[in-house]
Structure formats: structure tokens, C-alpha cells
Design a protein around this ligand. Sequence first.
Ligand code: GLU
Length: 431
Amino acid sequence: MCGIVGYVGNRPARELLIEGLQRLEYRGYDSAGITLAGPAGLESTRAVGNLSHLRSAVSAQDAAGERVGAGCHATVEAPATSGIGHTRWATHGSVTERNTHPHSDDADRVHVVVNGIIENYVSLRARLQADGSVFSSETDAEVVAHLVAAEYDGDLAAAVTATLDQLQGHFAFVALHRDEPDVLVGSRRECPLVIGLGDDEAFFASSTAAFASEARKVRYLEDGEIAIVRAGDVEVRDAAGEIVAGREAEVTDLGPQAEKGPFETFMLKEIHEQGAALEETIGAYVNGPTIDFGGDLDDDLLLRARRIIMVGCGTSYHAALVGRYAIEQWCRVPVELDVASEFRYRNPVLGPGDLVIGMTQSGETADTLAAMRLARSQGAHVVVVTNVPGSQATRECDAALLTRAGLEVGVAATKTFVCQVALMYLLALRI
Ligand code: GLU
């Protein structure tokens, strides 16, 4: 759900943030906004609806040179070189363009972009209000900003660390403080957040797609880690405050994949790409007459399976349904299937000898990840089928099989679905 981005470097941040948000549009949203760290403080622009409205709001500011929201000094006087952005999918509080109340002191000092849900926001808000914080929205996200402001004592990273301890839920966020405009601090719990590394600049984003054409490397953040990001300097600490090295990978520029080309919609384009996507997916694992998963999947995992349990959500679940027919027909191994969100809450009977296959196009589906974790904690082996190399699911499994459909922007899955089905057939045939 939704997308968040951040930039700190030497280039004007505004366009980079909006472009980054544009590349995350496929995740869905109902409003969008950016904050820039300018000479006059933190300056926000928000707009309901799609990004063209945010662009219009930004152009209107430029044209009029007037104060909109918190103002536009950040772009007119000297372009801001750091900021954060959000394509928001409202879960708590309505879809709003502007704060309904005048800015409070907290709101002027700390801005955050939050993806996900803060489950204990009601009690946190009550406590903060009792201590004098003035809220300007109904969102759960706003408690994060107030908490960071309340914990702040000259060190944004320390304030974020203290804030994290108080939050329940699943979320990713990036915080920016007026007094430290050249540092962004972000963290995640069960929602995606990655860091893009460039030359003397760095990005935060919900997905590598946001900065694929700008950054050289991606640095993955693990649950509970805190990233302190400055231009050309990224430090990641674990929950205990120890600096961790972490995992980096080269960024592949998705180039034309991220463009619609001559097609009216991404979905239409992606339907036309199904043939090529299937060829890539099958070609990667079929060698002459042999299906060979190579280093991706050890045959032992398949042969030892007494029972196969497949978990997924939405379209991935439906690809798994097809997989069940193929595996039971050809292999005579019993296959069970669960919607991942049910599986994680029903205390399933699991153990060694069970092979759990998690199906997730993005590799970040929270319920599927939770189901996979549950299975592993009970001794089952877990294989994931995903379209995104390096995604969270590939880091929490015994083996990862990749569909090679490329970037799918359309929310209704097309080419990734046919590739998942193809991979199910390959798996069944290999068994
Ligand atoms: N829960 C937050 C809100 O309602 C963030 C939603 C999102 O993931 O965009 O603002």
C-alpha cells in the first residue's frame, strides 16, 4: 500500500521526489504530498487525487510565488536539496489536502511520511494531547511526527529510536527535522523501505523502482533497523544501536519498462508482454529436455516434502490454485492451500516434512510474509515464488524461485500471473 520517498543530496529535491512518487503510483493512493527542507523551514504541498494534482499545486505555487501550505521558499529562493514525499492511501482519517488546523509547533519542526498502520495510535495520541501536542488530522501517521518531536533533543536518530519503541503495528516511515535539514532518518517494521545510494546523494523509497534511474546501489533495510541518511553517507543501526553492514546490490535501471509506450494503459502493455515474460521465466529454468532450478532450489527440499501447503493473497492465491491441480495430478503429493491472511491466524498444524510455498508477486505482501515466518518457526521448509529479486520474501525463505516478468505496474496482475502459473507447472513437473 502507498509509497514513500526521500531524497538528500545536492540536486533540487522537488522533481526527484515527485518523479519517485510517480514510479510508485502502481502501489495505489488517494492523495499525495511532499515536504522540502528549505531556508524557511519545512514546507509542504499536498493534493487530493492523482499526482497531476500535486504537480498543479506545485506549479501554482511557482507561478504565484505565494505561500501555499507552509510556503514555497524551498523552491523559489534556493532549491531545496532534501525532502520527503508520500502517495498516501488513507487508512485512518479522511483523504485531505490541507491540515484543518493552523500548524502547531510540532508540525513545524518534524515532518514524516508513513506507510502502513500504527495500531496503538489512539492511546499514543491521547497521551501526546494530554502533554500539549496539537493534532491537525485524524491520521495514525501524525502520532509519529508528534512522538519524534517530543523525543527530540538535538539528535533526530535518537528521537526516532525512542519513538520506535513506542509504536505497535506494521509500518515504514522517514522523518525530517527542521533543525537537521540534511539528514533523513527512516525505519521499517513489516513494510518495505529501501535506500538508494548515488554519488553524494541518497534516496529512501518503498521500492527500488522509485530511484532505479538515479541511484547506483540499493541498500536493503531489515525490520527494526534505523537508517541515518545524509548526502554520501548512510549509517544503519540495529535495534540495539549497533552499526550494521547490511546487504547492498546494484540497481538495474528499468528504463522503458517503467513507461507506457504506445499503449493506453500499463495493463494493456503488460498483457502484450505476457509472451516474452513467459519465455524469460520458462527459459531460465528449462535446459533442453530438463527442468533445472540450479542453485535456486535444491531437489532435496522437493523430495522430502510429505505435504505441500501453498499460501498467497489475491491473484497469487489463484495461481497457487492452478499449481495444486498440477502437483496433485502429477506428483500425488497432498497439497493444501490457504489465503495467507487466514493461515497466519488459525494456528495451523505444521512441522518438518511440510513444504510451504509462498506466492507473492512483490515479495513484500505482509500476510504472505507472516505466513512464511510462521511456517519456518514451526520447522517447515519454505520456498517463495516471487517476481522481485532481493525482495523481503527472498530473504526469509529456504529457496526462492523467480518469475521473470519484469516490472508490473498494472494493479490487476496479468503477465506476473501467467508466469506464476508457468512456474507452478515447472515445479510440479520437476517433482
Ligand atoms: N495509515 C496512514 C494514513 O492513513 C498511512 C497510510 C498509507 O500507507 O498510505 O495516513
